[in-house]
Design a protein around this ligand. Structure first.
Ligand code: HEM
Length: 538
């Protein structure tokens, strides 16, 4: 009773037809009827009126009229590539996921993106970059939907519409396209100081990567891995580029963006075409799955936190190689649908409240963006594992399902599909204890410290990286119209580090305020600096 790509008459359907397009000897209409002319409307005489009966004209224009689909509400601009992932077989002690433990090559599709700009915006802007990977594993699809920055702006998904409203262009002037130099962005991140850490990363060199090939990637949230014995481990995922981490300096990015706004997508496609296949090692930081889900005092459910690599080294578990460009941007890069809820046995989620909202949001938005509930059938989204679901009908259904009883149990379809258990490959949610508690709209106390981790980041920078950060804050805040927002931003900087605040204040011609919180006594973490990175190790 599985889906089929062959019509009842035995003719190829859907994807098969799409592959055939532009390869036959004769141009046809969508019904397969050969055409003798596609340049002239049917008219009553060469200078006469166009006739309504011209089906070819109406079909051609109708289809064109509907060529555009909504762009992604965030991460609209992206570039992608196909490749493979090969596990090192070193993760078996912490997960039973076959693609991470067995000696097998897993096909992948990776989409890089900016966050705030529209589909036609420039690659070179100061922004966070998306780093989303679809693993077509033998046990189903696993998506690792991460960014090039290991922390996020907010701790709870309920604020996501707010932070994006603040970051997207102003409602009245529709500027800027992607840069953060505007009042609403700075208003938000200074009123919601949990955004301080992510904003600092954006103002650092990480905000203007040299190439997608030289970016780190991060799963950001803490995930829960489960091994074959059922033992659990908390982890954070890291992608480490084999080429090292490199950025552009600000002036360089301005020139590159002016000359070639497609700088990053061109770089990725050209490199792959030339055989210079970009590679990343996948690594994990592991933490004991303790009831409080903290590590060295760091709340692992707070996505504005990272865990310094000195405290939990990144352990390499596999290698990603991108070696094939998409052949059709729309079919692949635009129609790919990532979702943090696409999990396989051995990888589970935690109670991070930001992750919880994402588990709803991606599926929901894709119904609008991809026109109904059947987007998993699109070629780029199809699992490579066998699919035998009971999902039926709906807009843009392309499968011809067999069988008469899409429910179970049933007694009409010659038996019905088995339900698997954990021992034969089912995804079984980890039976984590849910604390007995009272319903409340509140953040835990452990989410309250918004400045220690940004301070560690600042103190870990080399002098030249600090200089770039000061320059970025001064330039971006210099674009803000509202004086009070600039003053509030300086207060935030003072709470990170008085020296940082002083330098930016001087640049803005404003007085530097004193800190309003005690400055945390944190040790620098050399791995946070891009300079002198010791990776790659393998
Ligand atoms: C898209 C990452 C938080 C909603 C994306 C994409 C990435 C990403 C990489 C682009 C995927 C692609 O290339 O197609 C992240 C990270 C987050 C985060 C790392 C925090 C750790 C959130 C939250 C929400 C959200 C909290 C909503 C509550 C969306 C939506 C899209 C998107 C609606 C568009 C998806 C589509 O149209 O297919 N995100 N995101 N994200 N994200 Fe997130």
């Amino acid at each position: 009773s599985g889906p089929d790509t062959v019509s009842p008459t035995g003719q190829p359907t859907g994807a098969e037809q799409a592959r055939m397009a532009q390869s036959g000897a004769f141009l046809t209409d969508a019904q397969g009827t050969r055409l003798y002319d596609t340049d002239h409307s049917l008219k009553a005489g060469a200078r006469g009126p166009v006739l309504l009966q011209d089906h070819h004209l109406r079909e051609k224009v109708m289809h064109f009229d509907h060529e555009r689909i909504p762009e992604r509400v965030v991460h609209a601009r992206g570039a992608a590539a196909h490749g493979t992932f090969r596990s090192y077989g070193t993760a078996a002690s912490v997960t039973k996921a076959a693609f991470l433990t067995q000696d097998e090559e897993t096909p992948v599709f990776v989409r890089f993106s900016t966050v705030l700009g529209s589909r036609g915006s420039a690659d070179t802007v100061r922004d966070t970059r998306g780093f989303a990977t679809k693993f077509y594993t033998s046990e189903g699809v696993f998506d690792l939907v991460g960014n090039n920055i290991p922390v996020f702006f907010i701790q709870d998904a309920i604020k996501f519409p707010d932070v994006i409203h603040a970051g997207k262009p102003h409602p009245d002037r529709e500027i800027p396209q992607a840069q953060s130099a505007h009042d609403t962005f700075w208003d938000f991140v200074t009123l919601h100081t949990e955004a301080t850490h992510h904003t600092l990363w954006n103002m650092s060199d990480r905000g203007i990567p040299r190439s997608y090939r030289t970016m780190e990637g991060f799963g950001v949230h803490t995930f829960r891995l489960v091994n074959a014995e059922g033992a659990t481990t908390l982890v954070k995922f890291h992608w480490k580029p084999k080429l090292g981490v490199h950025s552009q300096v600000w002036e360089e990015a301005q020139l590159a963006g002016g000359v070639d706004p497609d700088y990053h997508r061109r770089d990725l496609a050209d490199a792959i075409e030339a055989g210079a296949y970009p590679q990343w090692e996948l690594g994990i930081q592991t933490f004991p799955d303790t009831p409080d889900q903290t590590f060295e005092g760091i709340d692992l459910l707070d996505a504005t936190n990272l865990v310094p690599e000195e405290l939990a080294p990144v352990q390499p578990i596999g290698l990603l190689t991108l070696d094939r460009n998409p052949s059709n941007y729309f079919a692949e890069t635009e129609q790919v649908a990532f979702h943090v809820g696409h999990l396989v046995p051995g990888i589970d989620v935690t109670d991070d409240p930001l992750l919880a909202g994402r588990l709803f949001s991606y599926l929901d938005t894709q119904i609008t963006r991809l026109g109904g509930p059947n987007f998993p059938q699109l070629p780029i989204n199809r699992p490579h594992a066998p699919v035998n679901d009971m999902l039926r009908d709906g807009m843009h259904q392309t499968a011809v399902h067999r069988g008469v009883a899409p429910y179970r149990p049933n007694s009409l379809d010659g038996g019905c599909p088995f339900l698997a258990g954990a021992d034969n490959g089912a995804f079984v949610e980890t039976p984590v204890r849910v604390p007995e508690a009272t319903k409340v709209r509140a953040a835990p106390e452990s989410f309250a410290d918004h400045f220690s981790q940004p301070r560690r980041f600042w103190l870990s920078m080399t002098p030249v990286e600090k200089e770039h950060i000061v320059g970025a804050y001064t330039f971006e805040l210099g674009k803000v119209y509202e004086q009070t927002i600039k003053e509030r931003a300086l207060q935030v900087l003072a709470n990170i580090d008085p020296d940082l605040c002083e330098q930016v204040a001087t640049g803005l011609g404003l007085p530097a305020p004193a800190p309003t919180v005690p400055l945390a006594d944190v040790a620098p973490s050399p791995a946070l600096s891009q300079i002198g990175q010791t990776w790659p190790t393998a």
